[in-house]
Design a protein around this ligand. Structure first.
Ligand code: ADP
Ligand code: MG
Length: 308
């Protein structure tokens, strides 16, 4: 497997704050990779180091096979860190033309129009950036990251400031970048549920440290539970409490049972024998939020995960 990013013991301190604390990470080429964690976890700090905007206190990073700041490697990357700013007197189209020229690419009106279209700014293409909403600036930032046709694009909170339809469009765009254009996308987000739908793999950070890393399907399958719609509920809970291989708890108007998959028929038989009616039994995966809770031992949901 080839890696677009490799870090070893990456650490960044600001006074007494450890923004990154010995982070070792290998991000494979291809697909969409999510860097997740609550606000302050160190996501933007990681990206800033990878882009050569700040220097780590300790540790090392290899980007596209080269050292950070390597010119040839940087040319193959695009990025958007937090909400970007552009000259307010320029139109979206002018911004992209200007950035192309700054990268030594010859003027290509069709390419500029193409990216404006793909990020959903075709209608606003000739409006001045001054009047743009945060969501529109994010879209233009994504187009700006892609205008140089990079192999790797790093997007920091690309959906911040967007409404639900905008978030859905951005999600579709990100998937198409990976699937249609073959671009490796690395994105940061504090919205774990949102990212679960778009990423192939994720790294979960908390306080500058790696909490979990892996394929989304693997991370979410480990905590799966059997969700039972049954009557009567009290009888179901009694049966579960008496079994050695399962346990149960109430979740809304359903019972959620914890057991290993091969025990499913035995459990269903036990319930039927006890006179329980089973309307539905369905395995549900843990979501990344649950994985995060388990790994950090937080009982209280970090506020930032719910924000937005
Ligand atoms: N320039 C800076 N000076 C001081 N502290 C900073 C600076 N940049 C980031 N931090 C701190 O480092 C930690 C990680 O921040 P950041 O990387 O922005 O997190 P995230 O992007 O995950 O929200 C936070 O505690 C933040 O306050
Ligand atoms: Mg950030």
């Amino acid at each position: 497997m080839t890696f677009v990013i490799e870090t070893r013991g990456l650490t960044k301190t600001y006074g007494s704050v450890r923004a990154l604390d010995g982070l070792s990470l290998s991000i494979p080429r291809g697909g969409v990779y999510g860097v997740l964690g609550p606000n302050g976890a160190g996501k933007s700090t990681l990206f800033r180091i990878l882009l050569g905007l700040i220097r780590p206190t300790a540790g090392e990073a290899v980007v596209m096979g080269g050292a950070v700041g390597d010119v040839a490697a940087s040319r193959r990357m695009g990025s958007m860190i937090e909400t970007p700013r552009f000259p307010p007197f320029m139109t979206a189209r002018q911004v992209l033309g200007w950035l192309s020229a700054a990268h030594g690419l010859k003027a290509d009106a069709a390419r500029v129009s193409g990216w404006l279209e793909r990020v959903g700014l075709a209608e606003a293409a000739d409006r001045k950036v001054r009047g743009f909403s945060v969501g529109m600036l994010q879209r233009l930032g994504v187009a700006a990251a892609l205008i140089t046709e990079p192999e790797l694009v790093i997007l920091d909170e690309p959906t911040s400031g967007m409404d639900p339809p905008g978030i859905q469009e951005m999600r579709a765009l990100i998937r198409s970048l990976a699937e249609r254009d073959g671009i490796t996308v690395i994105l940061a987000s504090h919205q774990l549920l949102e990212v679960q739908r778009v990423c192939d793999r994720v790294a979960i950070l908390n306080r500058g440290r790696l909490v979990r890393e892996g394929a989304v399907s693997e991370l979410t399958s480990s905590g799966e539970r059997l969700r039972l719609s049954v009557t009567p509920i009290s009888k179901t809970l009694e049966v579960l409490a008496a079994l050695s291989y399962a346990s149960g708890s109430l979740d809304g108007d359903a019972v959620v049972a914890t057991l290993s998959r091969p025990e499913t028929p035995a459990l269903l038989r036990a319930l039927v024998e006890a006179g329980v009616d089973i309307d539905e039994a369905r395995w549900v995966g843990a979501d990344l939020e649950a994985v995060f809770m388990t790994e950090t031992g937080s009982v209280q949901m970090p506020e930032s995960i719910h924000a937005g």
